[in-house]
Design a protein around this ligand. Structure first.
Ligand SMILES: *Cc1c(COP(=O)(O)O)cnc(C)c1O
Length: 421
């Protein structure tokens, strides 16, 4: 066989082993061509919600292909996009009345940033800066890297990134510092928007903060005329225990980004939801006030049909009960590490559980990361630690027995801890 021409994402080809080829996916598993079943404990990078190849979503995709493929979405409309927009407005926090489609989490965030800047400019205000939270991740395009944490991932591109104002992460016990910092920034009057991942910062290391902090951030934003952008790309569709994480704070952001679980994780699609005020700022006889954004595959009809099937599953099936049951199982099973000196910061929010392996050299490039990946894969488990942060973010169909197998392996992985016997 000739060598592969594939350049994989976030992969150091000089060091990492050749990845197994997946031939089939099924429920909580991905399967290799020779029939090895690997438990997908990270929902294939946080996208799969109910499980791989949910029959209802697969059927909707097949049926959609009988009548539609891509249709230009400027100047033309189609029924799947229309129905999905209406469903999203119904399901999202109140006041998010407009739906703008794109095709990935990153593009949904780019759209959100452009909407925020456009809103102020079209209203004649000079607000051109963006406030962000320390340790955030919002995507890998130049714009989304700019509003995300700086580090080894984007050091080479730093000269291209725009400047932002960073508020501290609301660490337990020091939440007020983050709030005070934002309050100060907001009242300087230059911030167009604050962008946050509600409740859980994913790529930053599954860092969690309480809902009341999010509610306070919203209150400060509102009083100062700063827009609040909730990046729910990872947290949406049940991951944190509610459909959207913002619900737990009892708030509605001005702009909400959703992607990953929007189609149950089956095919790419994204949406940026906005308030009527933001739409109105772009609604004008003056064509210069048009919202100038598009991607070729905006509102792909097949992807919209998949998302509509996902919405149907949320409406007709007890998804939120599955999510609650999974949250209870996670709490129950991760509890065994609470006073275990090999681990630190045992934490969870909704269906997401995480803990830090006690090591000398922490951080994303901690040597232990790739070792752990191999360790788990050898045991038929797909786990992808963020440096020394081990997290479990499974599809909702995962069973208690499967989680037991996983947590037993995490227990065994304690041998990688510094000073472990
Ligand atoms: C994954 C992620 C993104 C980027 O989504 P892509 O589809 O990979 O572009 C943005 N924001 C958050 C919070 C994410 O977790």
């Amino acid at each position: 066989m000739s060598r592969s021409a594939v350049w994989h994402p976030f992969t150091q080809h000089a060091i990492e082993p050749v990845p197994p080829t997946i031939a089939r996916t099924d429920g909580a598993y991905v399967e290799t061509a020779d029939g090895r079943r690997i438990l997908d404990a990270i929902s294939s990078w946080w996208v799969i919600t109910h499980g791989h190849r949910h029959p209802r979503i697969m059927r909707a995709i097949r049926e959609a292909t009988e009548t539609l493929d891509q249709v230009i979405f400027a100047g033309l409309n189609h029924e799947p996009a229309e129905q999905l927009a209406s469903a999203l407005v119904d399901m999202a926090p109140a006041g998010l009345d407009w739906v703008f489609y794109s095709d990935s989490g990153s593009t949904s965030v780019e759209v959100a940033l452009k909407m925020a800047l456009g809103f102020h400019r079209n209203n004649g205000a000079v607000r051109t800066r963006v406030a962000v939270m320390e340790h955030s991740y919002h995507g890998d395009t130049i714009g989304t890297m700019s509003v995300g944490a700086r580090g080894v991932f984007n050091a080479a591109y730093e000269p291209l990134l725009f400047q932002v104002d960073t508020i501290p992460f609301p660490t337990a016990g020091r939440e007020q510092e983050a709030l005070d910092c934002f309050e100060q920034l907001a009242h300087q009057g230059e911030a167009a928007a604050l962008i946050v991942e509600p409740l859980v910062l994913g790529a930053g290391g599954m860092l969690m903060y309480p809902a009341w902090v999010l509610a306070e951030l919203k209150r400060i934003a509102e009083r100062s005329g700063t827009l609040l952008i909730a990046d729910e790309v990872m947290t949406g569709w049940g991951r944190t225990g509610t459909l959207f994480a913002c619900e737990q704070a009892g708030i509605a952001p001005d702009i909400l980004c959703t992607s990953k679980g929007l189609t149950g994780g089956s095919v790419p699609l994204a949406a940026t939801l906005a308030t009527d005020a933001i739409f109105r700022a772009h609604f004008s006889q003056d064509r210069e006030k048009t919202f100038f954004h598009s991607s070729s595959y905006t509102a792909n009809p097949i992807a919209c049909a998949a998302a509509l099937a996902n919405v149907g599953i949320w409406r007709d099936e007890p998804v939120i009960e599955h999510v609650a049951a999974l949250s209870r199982m996670q709490a129950d099973k991760i509890g065994r590490f609470n006073n275990d000196p090999r681990f630190e910061n045992v934490r969870m929010t909704g269906t997401i559980a995480a803990l830090d392996l006690h090591v000398g050299n922490a951080g994303y490039l901690a040597d232990v990361g790739p070792k752990l990946r191999t360790f788990f894969l050898e045991r038929g488990l797909l786990v992808r630690p963020l440096g020394n942060v081990i997290y479990v973010l499974p599809p909702y169909c995962v069973t208690s027995a499967e989680l037991d197998r996983l947590y037993d392996a995490i227990d065994e992985a304690g041998e990688f801890a510094r000073g472990a016997p």
